[in-house]
Ligand binder design. Structure first.
Ligand code: PLP
Length: 450
């Protein structure tokens, strides 16, 4: 679809129209939004975005890992249009409609495990985790949750209490929901215990059992472990093989619910429908949002039927499982299964191998990691011990924007690549060329300084 296109910068960026919109925005829109650079979007098609000044960009953000099938995929658009002519809203909390039921059936089929499951629909990731917290407390009747440093679970009060990614997310908002215990994640590039992977025997998992449960939190009072199979916002941190399986074993040993947050890593992004499938892990609850409906706001919490024991009326919402969003999700699922997951796996492996070649030429790249099209590049300062290249990260992302490539950061010094899963090799090569040019430029400036 996108083969004939290329990034094209006509004016700016930002051009005059964009500057005008940004000025208006600043007067009326909450300043809490992050806004990495002044991209004012006019339209999107496939892996390309056009701004209000007619500049064209390759989109390696997918609207924060959402537009899995590319912008405005015709099959998704058709389903949205058709459904919007029949029914826009009725509320799944009080009534029934077929698209919501069909989607729940499909989600139960595609989520790990052959057992019986049930779905609760939401409008976002944070709400999916909020629902999971409530269900876990309700079902287990225990007070504690375990979540992870670097973890990002959302920004509403419950999910924010699990989140431990950046202080700015939490400053000014305490007190949080009580009962959340944060523990270190398997960030082997910067091991929190200063150990080496080949000799630690998953110390970060063992520590929970040997230290945390022994000293601080009785294991029989823990309702659930909330874990991302790959940490997203915290820095695209890929734990070593076997880590998630160990965590599952720990949960089973102590009768703790395993809640896997696949909000960013799910829906094909990593080259499997869900990232936890790489480890053969079967969660008690799986939380989903982002890529599920190609950009329509939708989330889901899928729980084992034996866990979903809450009573009628105990949880609900007005908009969750909107029929248009459900139809978009059904279309998205078809596209994912018909080739996009495979494409994410193949093109992702290609991009990672090319990035490793680029890494060999650029001392600023400390680590390249990822699965499928969920890829992180950790930037460090040359000659110093993995010192985080935070400013350089920002400069590289801005340099890419000026050249027609849209990127976002995560963690303190990581660039994340999360393009739509329709990405072709040709577009990947264009993006990598722009990225390397931008790294070159920033390295020259940094070199000039030292
Ligand atoms: N969980 C993970 C892993 C995420 O990456 C995010 C968002 O970035 C969320 C939860 C929260 O999702 P939302 O922003 O839709 O509330």
């Amino acid at each position: 679809m996108s083969n004939h296109k290329k990034p094209f910068i006509k004016t700016g960026p930002p051009g005059p129209e964009a500057i005008e919109w940004v000025t208006r925005d600043e007067k009326v829109i909450s300043q809490s939004y992050t806004r990495a650079y002044p991209l004012v979007v006019e339209k999107g098609e496939g892996v390309y975005i056009e701004d209000v000044d007619g500049n064209r960009y390759l989109d390696f953000t997918s609207g924060i890992a959402v537009t899995s099938t590319g912008h405005c995929h015709p099959a998704v658009v058709e389903r949205i249009v058709n459904q919007s002519k029949r029914l826009i809203h009725m509320s799944g909390t009080d009534f029934y409609y077929s698209s919501e039921i069909k989607l729940a059936e499909r989600l139960n089929e595609i989520t790990p495990g052959e057992h019986s499951k049930k779905v609760f629909f939401t409008n976002s990731g944070t709400e999916s985790n909020e629902a999971a917290m409530k269900l876990a407390r309700y079902h287990a009747k225990k007070p504690y949750f375990i979540s992870f440093y670097g973890g990002f679970y959302g920004r509403t009060m419950g999910a924010l209490s699990l989140t431990a990614s950046k202080d700015v997310h939490k400053r000014g908002f305490a007190p949080f929901v009580p009962g959340v215990i944060h523990v270190p994640y398997a960030y082997c590039y910067r091991c929190p215990y200063n150990m080496r992977m080949d000799e630690c025997d998953y110390y970060c998992v063992r520590w929970i059992k040997e230290e945390l449960f022994r000293t601080t939190v009785p294991s029989d009072e823990v309702a659930a472990i909330f874990i991302e199979p790959i940490q997203g916002e915290g820095g695209y941190i890929v734990p070593p093989d076997g880590y998630l399986k160990r965590m599952e074993k720990l949960a089973r040993e102590f009768d703790i619910l395993l809640i896997v947050d696949e909000i960013q890593s799910g829906m094909g992004r990593t080259g499997k429908m869900f990232a936890c499938e790489y480890e053969g892990v079967v969660p008690d609850i799986i939380t989903i949002a982002k890529g599920i409906a190609s950009g329509m706001p939708l989330g889901a919490m899928v729980a084992s039927s034996s866990v979903m024991t809450w009573e009628r009326g105990s949880h609900g919402n007005t908009f969750g499982g909107n029929p248009i969003a459900c139809e978009a999700a059904l279309a998205t699922l078809e596209l994912l299964i018909d080739g996009l997951i495979e494409n994410a796996r193949d093109i992702g492996a290609y991009v990672i191998s090319k990035l490793n070649e680029i890494k060999a030429r650029h001392p600023m790249i400390g680590d390249v990691r990822g699965k499928g099209l969920m890829i992180g590049i950790e930037l460090v300062r040359e000659g110093e011990k993995k010192e985080r290249a935070k400013d350089e990260r920002g400069a590289i992302i801005k340099g890419c924007f000026k050249r027609g490539l849209l990127l976002l950061g995560c963690g303190q010094n990581v660039i994340r690549l999360m393009p739509p899963l329709i990405l072709t090799k040709e577009d990947a090569d264009i993006a990598l060329t722009i990225l390397e040019e931008s790294i070159d430029e920033v390295e020259k400036v940094a070199g000039g300084r030292s």
